[in-house]
Design a binder for this molecule. Structure first.
Ligand code: ACO
Length: 325
């Protein structure tokens, strides 16, 4: 009888661009203060890609770290999924560009667009490919150069976001890894957080709006807190688990106050929550794998522990992945 195939995280990696932009730097650019940004968001600094540095560049670095941590070679990868809102080109996908960089030929490669929930979506898709026997070693990447779609004169958005990339290699295993995932979306919220123009509306509209992020911050905040609370309940109920069964919460890093509200709902002390928002800002699809890699490499997250990954973003989209690391 064929044994059950699980998908398990075999290696993690990440990369942050060298340039750091602090709140004090931002004070010189827009009408804001370090105090306002820190108190409202928990963010103290963020990384910003160099002028000629692209999403694929930083995705490649994170991917190579993850593949090495998994003890594999690029040639062992048989599927690449990249979650990004800031692709290098309209097409080919960033996953195809990354495949070429890594010197891999042939296996499927595609992008997933679910904004800040992109990595959680991509991980859930990769899990399904592995469980159905369609892939054995999947490279799952979240990579963003959000600095390119920020209006640097809009203080309500430019202080929140940063650039970065995180990656995992998910392998087929007889040992349990991903336990369950839940994905959701509700397009009725499309105007609350958006880059309002795209390709099919024509380039004139895109040029007019600048192609920048527009956000109704306090509305986003309210829906995010309510939704993430429900998401946590759903993941636990689906698996007959209680809050105390979770060793680590690895949340999307948008705002420390949103993270604290979700931890409270889980009755989880903040020292069991991985927080990187202070140093990274909101890196959208990269934020969960970046936080995961930081905590794996500094030794907090250990093999056999139970993790809840969760995210919320534009769409709105939201989702969680419960797994044994
Ligand atoms: N510096 C100083 N003042 C500012 C700044 C700034 N950078 N930005 C806005 N303000 C001002 C506003 O103009 C407003 O002034 P007013 O009262 O004179 O009109 C005042 O601060 C309060 O603005 P609010 O938007 O009500 O402030 P709030 O407490 O809601 O904090 C924030 C704003 C931080 C954006 C918060 O709403 C938030 O985090 N929302 C979630 C947004 C988010 O994380 N989006 C990312 C994607 S979705 C996700 O990942 C979850």
């Amino acid at each position: 009888m064929r044994s059950v195939i699980y998908s398990r995280i075999k290696g993690t990696g990440s990369y942050l661009p060298e340039k750091v932009l602090t709140n004090l730097d931002l004070e010189k650019m827009v009408d804001t203060t370090d105090q306002w940004i820190t108190e409202r968001t928990g963010i103290r600094q963020r990384h910003v890609a160099a002028e000629n540095e692209t999403t694929c560049d930083i995705a490649e670095k994170a991917s190579r770290h993850a593949i090495a941590a998994a003890g594999l070679e690029p040639a062992d990868i048989d599927l690449i999924i990249v979650a990004t809102t800031t692709p290098d080109r309209i097409f080919p996908s960033t996953a195809c560009l990354l495949q070429e960089r890594l010197g891999i030929r042939g296996p499927a490669a595609f992008d997933v667009q679910a904004v800040c929930t992109g990595f959680v979506y991509a991980l859930s898709i990769a899990d399904k490919f592995i469980r159905t026997g369609s892939a054995r070693n999947v490279l799952v990447v979240g990579a963003e150069t959000l600095s390119r779609i920020l209006d640097w004169s809009d203080r309500s958005t430019c202080v929140l976001f940063g650039d970065g990339a995180g990656a995992v290699v998910l392998e087929a295993s007889e040992e349990m890894g991903i336990i369950s995932s839940n994905l959701h979306a509700d397009g009725r919220y499309k105007e609350l957080l958006t880059v309002p123009h795209g390709i099919s509306q024509g380039f004139d509209q895109l040029k007019e709006s600048g192609g920048f992020i527009r956000m109704q911050g306090s509305e986003v905040f309210k829906v995010a807190v309510n939704t993430l609370g429900r998401l946590v309940d759903e993941a636990l109920a689906d698996n007959n688990l209680s809050q105390s069964d979770i060793d680590w919460l690895v949340p999307h890093q948008a705002n420390i106050r949103i993270i604290q509200a979700t931890a409270k709902k889980l009755k989880m002390p903040m020292d069991k929550v991985i927080v990187t928002v202070e140093k990274h800002g909101n890196t959208s699809a990269a934020s969960v794998p970046l936080a995961l890699d930081v905590a794996v490499r500094d030794g907090r997250i250990k093999r056999g522990e139970t993790l809840l990954l969760e995210a919320f973003g534009g769409g709105f989209t939201w989702g969680s992945v419960l797994l044994k690391y």
